[in-house]
Design a protein around this ligand. Structure first.
Ligand SMILES: CC[C@@H](C(=O)O)C(=O)SCCNC(=O)CCNC(=O)[C@H](O)C(C)(C)COP(=O)(O)OP(=O)(O)OC[C@H]1O[C@@H](n2cnc3c(N)ncnc32)[C@H](O)[C@@H]1OP(=O)(O)O
Length: 254
C-alpha cells in the first residue's frame, strides 16, 4: 500500500506532514484519514514537536478535498454521515491541536482541502495558488465542519461570501478576506521566517496561548456546531443534484 502521508521532523522543532497523493491532487481517502489521525495523536505528545506544518506533495495541490471517486459509492444520508463525521472528528482534533499549526498552501486547495487549511491556525500560500470552498457547486455544503471553524477565524460576512459563492479565488484575494496570512513568493522560503518567529519561544509559551484559543472555542460549543454542519451536508449528499454533479466531475474527461 502506498504511503499517503509523508512525515518529516525538523531539528528546529516542527513536524511537516505532506499529503502524498499528487495524482489525485492530494484528495483525502480513508487511508489518508487513518494515517492523519495516527500522526496527530503521536505529534501531540511528542516533546520534540513544537508546531505542525501541513502541506501537499508535489507542486500542484495542497489538497483537493474528499476523494470523489472513493466516496461516490456513498449514497444515503447515513452512509455519507459516517464518512463525513470520521473526517470531521479529525478536523476537530486538528483545530484543537495543543500546539500551533500551519497550512502551507503549495498548490490548489479546494473543497475539504480548504476545510483542512481552515482548521490550521495559520495559512501561508504560494503566490497565485487557487483556493475555494467549492462544495456549493457539487450541491453540498462543507462536510467536515470547516464552515463553523471559518466563521471563528475571519469576519462573518467574508466567511459567508466565500462559502456562498463557492468560487475559486486567488490566494492574493483570499488574503484580503483574511483567510491567507501571508503570500509566499515563487522560489522563496518565505514561510520559514514566519515559522522561526514562533519556534524561537518555549513550547510552554506556544501551548499556553493555543490553550486560551481552544478554551474559547470549546466554551462556545464548537464541536456541537461542527456536528450539526456535518449532518446538514449528509442530507444534501443524498440528493440527486449532488450525485449528478459528482458524475459530471468524474466523467469530465471520458
Ligand atoms: C467529501 C467532503 C467534501 C467536503 O467536506 O468539503 C469535499 O471535499 S467534496 C470534494 C471537493 N473537491 C472538488 O470538487 C475538487 C475537484 N478537483 C478539482 O477541482 C481539480 O482537480 C483541482 C483540485 C482544481 C486541480 O485541477 P488540475 O490541476 O487541473 O487537475 P485535474 O482536475 O486534471 O485532476 C487531476 C486528477 O486528479 C483527480 N482529482 C482531483 N480532485 C479530486 C478529488 N477531489 N477526488 C478524486 N479525484 C480527484 C482528477 O479526477 C484527475 O484524475 P484523472 O483524470 O484520472 O487524471
Amino acid at each position: 500500500m502506498n504511503q499517503v502521508l509523508i512525515v518529516e521532523k525538523d531539528v528546529r522543532g516542527y513536524m511537516k506532514i505532506l499529503f502524498n497523493r499528487p495524482e489525485k491532487r492530494n484528495a483525502v481517502n480513508y487511508q489518508l484519514m487513518d494515517e492523519l489521525e495516527a500522526v496527530l495523536s503521536k505529534a501531540a505528545s511528542d516533546d520534540e514537536v513544537k508546531m505542525l506544518i501541513l502541506t501537499g506533495a508535489g507542486s500542484q495541490a495542497f489538497c483537493s478535498g474528499g476523494d470523489l471517486s472513493e466516496f461516490h459509492d456513498l449514497y444515503t444520508e447515513e452512509e455519507a454521515f459516517t464518512m463525513l463525521s470520521k473526517m470531521g472528528k479529525i478536523l476537530y482534533t486538528l483545530a484543537v491541536f495543543p500546539k500551533p499549526t500551519l497550512a502551507l498552501l503549495n498548490g490548489s486547495a479546494v473543497g475539504g482541502g480548504c476545510e483542512i487549511a481552515t482548521a490550521c491556525d495559520f495559512r501561508l500560500a504560494k503566490s497565485g495558488v487557487k483556493l475555494g470552498f467549492v462544495q456549493g457547486t457539487l450541491g453540498i455544503t462543507t462536510g467536515w465542519g470547516g464552515a463553523s471553524l471559518l466563521l471563528e477565524k475571519i469576519p462573518e460576512q467574508k466567511a459567508l461570501k466565500l462559502l456562498l459563492d463557492a468560487k475559486i479565488h486567488k490566494a492574493e484575494e483570499a488574503r484580503e478576506f483574511g483567510f491567507v496570512d501571508k503570500i509566499i513568493e515563487e522560489d522563496t522560503n518565505g514561510w520559514e521566517e514566519f515559522v522561526e518567529d514562533l519556534l524561537r519561544h518555549e513550547t510552554g509559551v506556544l501551548m499556553a496561548y493555543k490553550k486560551l484559543l481552544v478554551k474559547k472555542w470549546k466554551d462556545s460549543g464548537i464541536k456541537g456546531r461542527m456536528e450539526a454542519e456535518i449532518r446538514e451536508c449528509a442530507k444534501l449528499w443524498a440528493t440527486d443534484a449532488h450525485h449528478a454533479a459528482v458524475d459530471r466531475f468524474l466523467n469530465k474527461k471520458k
